[in-house]
Ligand binder design. Structure first.
Ligand SMILES: Cc1ncc(COP(=O)(O)O)c(C=O)c1O
Length: 395
């Protein structure tokens, strides 16, 4: 079976894709029917075994361990480095707040980070007396071909690191321009710095869309969700943490799942990543995400899936160049599945609304003000042509 066919067969399993033209994978992926069935089967099993009976705990352990192992494998780390979270943001914020801060430390945050993560850094800075500096990458992405971008980002990093920099926040795949950041090389560069700044990576757009293991292994905090490119249910994500962070970071939002002996308040915390887990959560989501990950893995390796994603985004990017008034953010076909662009003379909100009225779903972004359409392995050529035709008609 060619990779193209495997994406098409996953598409057949997604009811969300049957009745619309869908490009919002960066917001939320569709849930394949086998994953939905795994969730309901898991819920049924809990009730059959009896919630809160000794019969149910082995099942809870099994499903939690299964998804933890699968996510750890994707991240190329041992399961002891993988904490289960609710979403990207909590995976960024919980370990961030537990780092050993000193007044006067500086945070270096890229200008392409998500507002939720930036706001959390700002509040942390206010409470701990830290300063914030900005790492400008967005303009570099817009003007530099991807082949030269890594060197340009590393140079910008060199220029903006200060002797007090104690953390760098940089997404792996930028949610606005769709550019890939050289996370492993950034980690190498930070290791040379006398302060050894922590590296916080928002992996909202990378996990499930591009190979992540090298970056996830290199970062101190590599936080992602299951509900975007992994096509899992909303409400379950994870974070891969470095050995250094596990040794030096303290848990922040503490509950019984953070404890080595969950029934004893006097217990020490888990020494592994579970110290950042909190309390009761929705177990059936673990069964659902494990199923989605298996379906994606069956559609090809991470590299093969990225090739399919790139084929779709390149087709869309080239098609957009032919439409008068359309300007893509990137000067060349995107390295992954996010395609951002503007349409002269049209407000982005109006374009989203007009396309939505035709059953074509893309989104707009505030900063920069632009439109964003995403292609996944489930995206068909017909969908791309439908979007291009609709934009041509608007233009
Ligand atoms: C780059 C990025 N970071 C964080 C988030 C927030 O994700 P979550 O709601 O899973 O925390 C998003 C969601 O769109 C995102 O694109």
């Amino acid at each position: 079976m060619t990779p193209q066919h495997t994406g098409a067969s996953l598409r057949e399993l997604c009811p969300a894709l049957a009745n619309k033209t869908y490009f919002n994978y960066g917001g939320q992926g569709p849930l394949p029917t086998p994953a939905l069935e795994a969730i309901t089967a898991s819920w049924r099993r809990i009730q059959e075994l009896g919630p809160f009976t000794s019969a149910v705990w082995p099942f809870v352990e099994q499903e939690t361990a299964r998804v933890r192992q699968a996510l750890a494998d994707w991240c190329g780390v041992g399961p002891h480095r993988l904490a289960l979270t609710e979403n990207v943001t909590s995976g960024c914020v919980l370990p961030l707040w537990g780092l050993p801060w000193q007044e006067g430390d500086a945070l270096l945050i890229s200008d392409a980070e998500h507002p939720g993560v930036v706001a959390a850094c700002q509040e942390l800075a206010r409470r701990e007396g830290l300063s914030i500096a900005t790492l400008p990458v967005l303009e570099l992405c817009r003007s530099t071909p991807q082949a030269e971008l890594d060197a340009a980002v590393l140079q910008a990093l060199e220029q903006h690191l200060s002797p007090r920099t104690r953390l760098v926040a940089l997404s792996h795949l930028l949610w606005n321009s769709g550019s890939v950041m050289p996370i492993a090389a950034v980690a190498d560069q930070l290791r040379q710095h006398p302060q050894r700044p922590w590296l916080l990576v928002d992996a909202a757009q990378s996990m499930g869309s591009i190979p992540v293991a090298e970056a996830a292994r290199a970062a101190d905090i590599y936080a992602f969700t299951g509900h975007k490119w992994c096509c899992g249910p909303e409400g379950l994500g994870g974070v891969a943490l470095s050995e250094r962070l596990l040794a030096e970071g303290q848990p922040t939002l503490i509950g019984w799942r953070s404890l080595r002996h969950e029934a004893s308040a006097g217990s020490s915390f888990h020494s592994d990543a579970r110290r950042f887990e909190v309390a009761t959560s929705c177990l059936p989501l673990c069964s659902g995400l494990a199923s989605s990950l298996e379906l994606l893995a069956a559609a090809g390796s991470a590299e093969q899936r990225l090739e399919q994603i790139q084929a779709g985004s390149a087709r869309l990017w080239h098609g957009l160049q032919q439409i008068p008034g359309v300007q893509t953010l990137l000067p060349e076909p995107p390295p992954a599945g996010l395609v951002s662009f503007t349409l002269a003379g049209h407000s982005t909100a109006a374009v989203v609304e007009q396309l939505g009225a035709q059953g074509i779903w893309i989104r707009r972004l505030d900063d920069p003000d632009c439109l964003r359409a995403c292609t996944h392995i489930t995206t068909s050529e017909a969908e791309i042509e439908t979007l291009l035709a609709a934009l041509r008609a608007l233009a």
